[in-house]
Write a protein that binds this ligand. Structure first.
Ligand code: GLY
Length: 371
């Protein structure tokens, strides 16, 4: 960035491309710091991949490791305060629930890997506990016949991504300029510095631009972000059916805290932007649900939907400098966009406001793809 004076910075106009959870969360933090923000979104803010996600906050159930695990754990730790701040500002609830996640094994091979993860997490001081089938049966009478056991990760959690996105979007509508149904066609630079965006509704300038356009980011800049389709569905449930997230290689089952909805996800297919729920995708999710808890066979289907994860070749996000001054990247969050919203918003907004560096801006820099 080439604006160094702090007071001048708060007067900066910031343009955010993409009104998903990452763009909204960055906007939220920047507005709280006193910046003037405009969000440009091709559809409606708060929708897109963020609306159709599951909302799991699951660094342990996802089996992550290394610095990416640390990054995700930091974000999981920030979540409680982040949603508290959003809830206080908007007077809307977000469905944040420290319900824990049970990761189930359907084969000896899966059990071996999960037990290894349990030991690895325990050595890192994280809560993790292996429970065998008999122990699980005490709590889940309808447990699928093929479940061998599972790991309980008590600190993995969930947020209702639709509620969180709605709250953030309402806040942003009141406190920022919002250009919806506005498709960015081109990001322009002049002399190595961001100059303007060209959209199907005209041109817009700003002092600084953040690209957080999710799976569509790779269409706007030469960065390796591509869509990874996921199909999902929801079932009607009752309170006694399931009390926490059940996660496995077959499906993940996320009961919302009002117990009227069980979110089931998700397929993962590299098929580009190919709209629709398929018969096979739906079959896999339904079979995965019933294989996990037999009584789900009798539940009504509430909704079917799909979305596009913003994937990168190494499955890590792309954050920070773009190579063009005053054009910042916050994209490529792959399977973890909802989880990573608080930490992404924190480090990107602190970088913009205070030039504050972060090891994660180095680790997840786009430079890693440029040889
Ligand atoms: N976060 C889980 C998924 O992307 O399916």
């Amino acid at each position: 960035m080439n604006i160094d004076n702090k007071e001048e910075k708060v007067d900066m106009e910031i343009l955010i491309i993409g009104g998903g959870i990452i763009g909204l969360s960055i906007a939220f933090e920047l507005i709280e710091k006193g910046f003037k923000v405009t969000i440009v979104e091709k559809d409606k803010i708060g929708k897109g991949a963020s609306w159709v996600a599951g909302g799991m906050l699951a660094p342990q159930a996802e089996g992550l490791d290394g610095e990416f695990l640390n990054f995700c754990l930091e974000s999981r730790n920030l979540y409680k305060d982040f949603v508290k701040k959003v809830e206080e500002k908007t007077k809307q609830e977000t469905g944040y629930w420290e319900c824990g996640i049970l990761k189930l094994a359907f084969s000896e091979e899966e059990a071996k890997q999960i037990k290894k993860d349990v030991e690895r997490f325990k050595n890192l001081g994280l809560k993790a506990k292996w429970l065998d089938r008999n122990e699980l049966m005490k709590e889940y009478k309808d447990l699928g016949d093929e479940v061998i056991g599972g790991a309980l990760y008590e600190d993995d959690a969930q947020v209702d991504n639709r509620k969180l996105c709605t709250a953030l979007a309402n806040y942003i509508r009141k406190n920022a300029k919002v250009l919806e149904n506005t498709k960015v066609l081109k990001i322009e630079e002049k002399d190595g510095k961001f100059s303007k965006i060209i959209t199907d509704r005209g041109e817009f300038t700003a002092d600084l631009c953040v690209l957080s356009a999710g799976a569509w980011s790779g269409e706007l800049l030469d960065i390796p972000v591509f869509p990874l389709k996921g199909e999902m569905l929801a079932l009607d449930i009752e309170k006694e059916d399931i009390n926490r997230v059940l996660y496995s290689s077959k499906a993940y089952l996320i009961p919302r805290s009002d117990f009227h909805r069980l979110v089931v996800g998700a397929t993962q297919e590299n098929v580009g932007f190919k709209d629709g729920n398929t018969a096979l995708g739906t079959l896999k999710l339904l079979k995965g649900s019933i294989d996990t808890l037999k009584n789900l066979a009798n539940k009504n289907i509430q909704e079917l939907w799909y979305g596009y994860r913003p994937a990168t070749p190494d499955e890590l996000p792309i954050l920070g400098e773009s190579g063009v001054d005053n054009l910042i990247l916050a994209t490529g969050h792959h399977r973890n966009g909802i989880l990573l919203a608080p930490i992404t918003a924190k480090i990107i907004s602190e970088y913009i406001a205070e030039n504050k560096s972060s090891k994660y801006l180095e680790l997840f820099s786009v430079k890693r793809f440029k040889t």
